[in-house]
Design a binder for this molecule. Sequence first.
Ligand code: PMP
Length: 361
Amino acid sequence: MTARVYNFNPGPATLPLEVLQQAQRELLDYRGTGMSVMEISHRSPEFDEINNSAMALTREILGLGENFKVLFLGGGASTQFAVIPLNFLPSGKTATYVDTGSWSSKAIKEAQKIGKVHVAFSSKDEKYKRVPKPSEIDLPSEAAYLHVTSNNTIFGTQCHQFPDSGNIPLICDMSSDIASRRLDFSKFSLIYAGAQKNLGPAGVTVVIIREDLLAKCPDNLPTMFSYKTYAEKNSLYNTPPAFAIYMVKLVLEWIKEQGGLEAVEKVNIAKKERVYEVMDNNADFFRGTVEPDSRSWMNITMRLPTEELEKKFITEAKAAGFVGLKGHRSVGGIRVSMYNAMPLEGVEKLVAFMKAFKKAS
Ligand code: PMP
């Protein structure tokens, strides 16, 4: 068996070993077809089953009602930054955004190319060290929608409370924490996420859209930019990212086997508690960069006393079998990304390494 490292990459990220092994077993001959999933038609009964199961599992695991459609799209979450305002920002209305980091601000920039935008809250001047309390969000009554980012992958903050936007559709970029915890998903009109952190490999973006919002898509959009196209054709209007969807299906089956969101949430809480505990007990050495109320369970960011120590930490961690710990180039420092597929054992070993590293420094 090849040696696997503990992979703390922020995305693409570690996948469950069992999932990779199943994909490996099925790679050359998918269930007696004599072909790989990469080689079968997206119009075949085999792919239909994969596509429909992945959609049904998304629905089941997140506990979505029948009034939601699950779509599998290409183009990454970044494409959604533009597609959302194209579909839901008519002239005369204002798209409202909460700016909590680089991804939110990219989403804002795209929306500004399409129509009128109001930034309802920004923590930019505070170096994005927190997310707002719902009461801090200034939501105008003429808002076309309210867009939030549930987890800020680069800055290490996460929403633990979502605003109640009333009749205004709440749209959420859940790229880096979808399916990591239980939430009342029914309060969102649209959720989107690139799969490459919690759900599978890069190449597919999951969009979950409520039918009342879907009904608002205008008819004059280019076909590939309209959510209606995908909703009406079961995400099979054109060739979908078929292998990535197959991998998402396997990951969702793995989540179900773990015991669903309740079980993965429990492990995710245990993991983040281990890391924050060592940081809190050694706050002079592992200095957290975000406010306690806004701490992310998925991406934990910290600075060490010097940049030299940070470099040394990353190098020695790699030699000890822990990879992907370098902070994003825009913020530096250390970032521990631990999505669903990172086992508690990997985090416990990393924490032991952190303690030993401090002692030796
Ligand atoms: N939103 C968030 C919160 C992200 O973390 C990322 C990617 N890291 C994106 C959007 C962009 O995703 P993609 O690369 O799939 O376009």
